[in-house]
Ligand binder design. Structure first.
Ligand code: SF4
Ligand code: SF4
Length: 119
């Protein structure tokens, strides 16, 4: 079974600030993202730790970007992560995905990445 293209990438988790409303990291309001992996950004928002550092790398990311990565809080990841589709995953290119991959020396995904030709 081939890897999902994101499992051989992780570039977006090492490219962008991941900011979201604090309630997503507050269990009292139904938030699931672990608060300990976040830090305050402003009165309304927190960020995933590591994503406003330079170089950017989310504290929840494991592995080597462009080789093999995974998100250690995948089921609890915050909304910006849920909302970012990979290029061609839904039949169209996604500029944010392409930009992150280029930043890490990876070519943008193509439709063929989702329908690999059998060996
Ligand atoms: S940059 Fe694109 S392909 Fe890479 S992990 Fe993010 S969404 Fe997936
Ligand atoms: S929470 Fe997970 S999906 Fe979101 S940036 Fe961090 S490692 Fe990536």
């Amino acid at each position: 079974m081939p890897l999902h293209p994101c499992q051989a990438c992780g570039a977006c988790c090492a490219s962008y600030r991941v900011a979201f409303h604090w309630s997503e990291a507050d269990p009292d309001t139904g938030g699931a993202t672990p608060a300990g992996l976040t830090e305050p950004l402003d009165p309304h928002r927190v960020v995933m730790r590591g994503t406003r550092a330079e170089p950017v790398r989310c504290v929840a990311l494991r592995g080597a970007v462009g080789v093999a990565t995974h998100c250690t809080i995948y089921p609890q990841r915050p909304s910006p992560c849920r909302e970012l589709a990979a290029s061609w995953e839904q039949g169209e290119p996604v500029a944010q995905c392409d930009r992150a991959r280029r930043r890490h020396g990876l070519a943008p995904l193509t439709p063929a990445d989702w329908n690999p030709v059998p060996a």
